[in-house]
Design a protein around this ligand. Structure first.
Ligand code: 5GP
Length: 145
């Protein structure tokens, strides 16, 4: 059974340009922007433009485009922030930890000496987010993304 899509969710509003975001990447099918409550520095979200609550509701074409964009942006995250590892995650349903009902992929850099901050807990300052977004967007531009 497909979950019903709520077109007023936060990411739908960002996609329509009704709410701001620190965008670092866009192509025909996806956008990527920084998570406003990052679990680590450089935590980035890749969001398909197709309206779908979760991975199960996404078309095959949009899913393929999203994982391709995730790979592109994750390469940029790795080069920009120099983490020791990178986690890619994607939650389906509140029981799985999903808090925004528009499908998205998390790119979470991991630094060996740092624990993750809580999920969707602590808002980062706008100055830090802006600086991180500028650095990541510059790397992606340099990589030809
Ligand atoms: P989920 O829990 O649905 O997998 O992830 C949603 C993510 O969106 C969380 O990591 C949360 O911090 C982030 N988030 C929630 N509201 C906003 C927002 O208004 N802007 C941005 N950029 N991220 C948000």
């Amino acid at each position: 059974m497909q979950a019903e899509y709520d077109s007023h969710n936060i990411f739908a509003r960002i996609l329509r340009g009704e709410l701001p975001c620190f965008k670092v990447y866009e192509d025909a099918d996806t956008i990527a922007f920084l998570d406003i409550m990052p679990q680590s520095d450089g935590h980035t979200l890749v969001v398909p433009k197709e309206p779908a609550v979760d991975l199960f509701g996404l078309s095959g074409q949009a899913a393929a485009a999203a994982i391709r964009a995730t790979q592109i942006v994750a390469r940029g995250v790795r080069e920009t922030f120099g983490p020791d590892g990178v986690v890619i995650s994607q939650f389906n349903g509140a029981a799985a930890g999903q808090t925004v009902p528009h499908v998205h992929f998390h790119i979470v850099p991991r630094y060996a000496d740092q624990a993750l901050r809580g999920h969707a807990r602590e808002q980062q300052s706008m100055e830090v987010l802006r600086a991180h977004a500028e650095r990541l967007a510059a790397t992606l531009a340099k990589q030809g993304a």
